[in-house]
Design a protein. Structure first.
Length: 486
C-alpha cells in the first residue's frame, strides 16, 4: 500500500489534519494507495515555498543554467521510465503499449523542448527619433511571471502536467501543482526526479486533494499565486476564472469540447477509418481532443459506419500488462456512471446502437474495474444531449450530410471549439473547410499529430489562451519594455 504525500519545499510531507483518500486502480477497483489531502496550511506552505524560491538560486540562474537542469529532469524521467510507466498505468488503467509510446516519452520531452526553445527566442528592439535629434532605443526583456498554479487532469496525467510545468520552469517561474485526485502518482514521483536533477527546493511543489473546499479551491484563492493554468471541464474553468479575478491574475484554460469530425466522399477511406478509430476510442475515449461527433457524406455513410463498427469490435479490451490489449478501462467507477448515463440516454432518445452500449464481461479478477464497451450510434437528433454534451468516453454518433456547407454548419453548431478533424483528398476543399471550422486546432487527414512549436488551445467555451512554442512563453513571462534615451 503506497502512501502518497505532498511535495513541498523539496520534502515529502503529510497533511497536518491526517486526512487521506484512496487511490484506486481502475482496472480492478483495488485500492493501491492512501493520498494525503492538503488543507489550507499545506497549500499555503507550498505557495510560500514557491514564492521564496523565486529569490533564491533559481531566480539567479541564467537561461542556459536552467535549461541544463531541465534536460537532467527529462533524462531522469527516461532513466526511471519503467517506474513512471507502472505508476501511470496503475492510476489510469491504460494499456502500457499506449503509455509507453505517448505519455512517458512526451512527459520527458516537454522539459527539453521548452528549455531549448527559450534559448533561441529573440526579443524585439526599436530605434526611435526624439525631438532633440539624439534618439532612443526601446528593447524588450522577458521576466518570469512568478508563482504559477498548475491544475492538471487525469486523462494524460504526466504529459499534460509537464506540458505546463516544463515551460513554466524554463521561463524561471516556480510552480505549485494540484494533480487530479484520481491520478496522483506520477506527479508525486516527479518530485524525486526534480531533487536528483538539482532543481532547488521550492521550485516544484505538489499538493493533493479535491476541487471545492480542498486543495484546488485553496490554491486558486491564494493571493500569492500570480497565474493559473488548467486543463479540465468548462464549469471548473469558470470557477477558476472567478477566483483569479480577485487580484487580476492571468489564466490559461483548456476546457471541454464536443469535437466534430467531417468525412467527405473523396477521402482515403482506409486512413479515415484508422484515424477515426483512434480519435474516438484511444485512451478509452478520455482525450480532450477526441471525436464524439462524426458527419459523413451520405454516399459513403453506410460503408463508413460498417467499417468503423468492425474496427471498434476488433479492439482488444484488457489490463495494462496484457501486451495484446489496446483498450483499457475508464478512470473510475464514478466516471463510468456518467458515461453509462449517456449510453442510456441515447437509447431513450431513439438512437440506433451500432455496437456496444454497455459493460463488457470481464474475468473475475477484473470485474471490479471501470470497464465499458466502445460504442457507436446513429439516428439521433442534432439537439440530443448525447450529440451536444461532452461525454468523455469511448463513443461517437455518426450522422450523414449532403453538402459542404451543411457539414460546416453542423460542425460549428455547438458552443465548443477545441479541435476538429477533416478527411478529404481534395486539397482545395481541405483548406477551404479547415479555415471555416471554429476550433483551436484542425487536423486534415490525421489526428493527434502535434508539433510542440505550434499554438494549442480552444476557442469559444473550449478555453482561453494558447500554449506551445512561443505562445507558452507569452503566458509564462511578463514582457517588459526598456526605453533608453541616447
Amino acid at each position: 500500500m503506497k502512501e502518497i504525500k505532498h511535495f513541498i519545499n523539496g520534502t515529502f510531507v503529510g497533511s497536518a489534519s491526517g486526512r487521506t483518500f484512496d487511490d484506486i486502480n481502475p482496472a480492478n477497483g483495488q485500492v493501491i494507495g492512501r493520498v494525503h489531502e492538503a488543507g489550507r496550511a499545506e497549500v499555503d506552505a507550498a505557495v510560500q515555498a514557491a514564492r521564496a524560491a523565486l529569490s533564491g538560486p533559481w531566480g539567479a540562474m541564467s537561461v542556459a543554467e536552467r535549461a541544463d537542469i531541465l534536460h537532467r529532469v527529462a533524462d531522469g524521467i527516461t532513466a526511471r521510465f519503467d517506474e513512471f510507466l507502472e505508476a501511470e498505468c496503475l492510476d489510469t488503467g491504460k494499456p502500457k503499449s499506449l503509455a509507453s509510446h505517448i505519455d512517458i516519452p512526451r512527459g520527458a520531452a516537454n522539459f527539453k523542448v521548452f528549455a531549448d526553445l527559450l534559448k533561441n527566442v529573440p526579443n524585439e528592439a526599436f530605434e526611435m527619433a526624439t525631438p532633440d535629434g539624439s534618439g532612443a532605443i526601446n528593447y524588450a526583456v522577458r521576466r518570469p511571471k512568478g508563482v504559477i498554479g498548475v491544475i492538471s487532469p487525469w486523462n494524460l496525467p504526466l504529459l499534460l502536467m509537464t506540458w505546463k510545468v516544463g515551460p513554466a520552469l524554463a521561463c524561471g517561474n516556480t510552480v505549485v501543482v494540484k494533480p487530479s485526485e484520481e491520478t496522483p502518482l506520477t506527479t508525486t514521483l516527479l518530485g524525486e526526479v526534480m531533487q536528483a536533477a538539482g532543481v532547488p527546493a521550492g521550485v516544484y511543489n505538489v499538493v493533493h486533494g479535491f476541487g471545492g473546499d480542498s486543495a484546488g479551491a485553496f490554491l486558486t484563492e491564494h493571493a500569492d499565486v500570480d497565474a493559473f493554468t488548467f486543463t479540465g471541464e468548462t464549469g471548473t474553468g469558470e470557477l477558476i476564472m472567478r477566483a483569479a479575478a480577485k487580484g487580476v491574475r492571468q489564466v490559461s484554460l483548456e476546457l471541454g469540447g464536443k469535437n466534430a469530425g467531417i468525412v467527405f466522399a473523396d477521402c482515403d477511406m482506409d486512413k479515415a477509418i484508422e484515424g477515426t478509430l483512434r480519435s474516438a476510442f484511444a485512451n478509452c475515449g478520455q482525450v480532450c481532443l477526441g471525436t464524439e461527433r462524426l458527419y459523413v457524406e451520405r454516399s459513403i455513410f453506410e460503408e463508413f459506419v460498417a467499417r468503423l463498427k468492425d474496427g471498434a469490435e476488433s479492439l482488444m479490451i484488457g489490463p495494462p500488462d496484457d501486451p495484446t490489449s489496446n483498450f483499457g478501462p475508464l478512470v473510475s467507477l464514478k466516471h463510468r456512471e456518467k458515461v453509462l448515463s449517456y449510453y442510456q440516454q441515447a437509447v431513450a432518445d431513439g438512437a440506433t446502437v451500432v455496437t456496444g452500449g454497455g459493460v463488457p464481461q470481464m474475468p473475475e479478477a477484473l470485474a471490479g474495474g471501470a470497464w465499458i464497451q466502445p460504442t457507436i450510434w446513429t439516428g439521433l437528433a442534432d439537439d440530443s444531449a448525447v450529440v451536444t454534451e461532452e461525454i468523455f468516453g469511448p463513443c461517437c454518433h455518426i450522422r450523414p450530410f449532403d453538402s459542404e456547407a451543411e457539414a460546416v454548419a453542423l460542425a460549428n453548431s455547438l458552443p465548443y471549439g477545441l479541435s476538429a478533424t477533416l478527411w478529404s483528398d481534395n486539397v482545395s476543399r481541405a483548406h477551404r473547410v479547415a479555415g471555416q471550422l471554429e476550433a483551436g486546432i484542425v487536423w486534415v487527414n490525421s489526428w493527434f499529430l502535434r508539433d510542440l512549436r505550434t499554438a494549442f488551445g480552444g476557442s469559444k467555451q473550449s478555453g482561453i489562451g494558447r500554449e506551445g512554442g512561443v505562445h507558452s512563453l507569452e503566458f509564462y513571462t511578463e514582457l517588459k519594455n526598456i526605453c533608453v534615451k541616447l
